[in-house]
Design a protein. Structure first.
Length: 69
């Protein structure tokens, strides 16, 4: 079954996502799967919101020192 993404549904998805709601919770609210939510977010280019898996800055640990042979 294909999901019909109406303008209102897309606006609701955007509001919930920017409010910090998880894809699973949004899916439950809208009656969709997590995958359908993530797929639409990707197509709307809204996926990146600086989650824990992204690292924009250098790590806190010092760089590994290489010893030549």
């Amino acid at each position: 079954m294909r999901t019909q993404w109406t303008k209102g549904r897309c606006e609701q998805l955007t509001r919930l996502w920017t409010a910090g709601m998880s894809a699973t919770d949004i899916g439950t609210t809208l009656g969709l799967t997590r995958g359908a939510v993530l797929g639409k977010l990707a197509r709307l280019k809204l996926l990146g919101r600086g989650g824990a898996l992204r690292r924009d800055s250098a790590p806190d640990s010092p760089p590994v020192r290489r010893i030549p042979f």
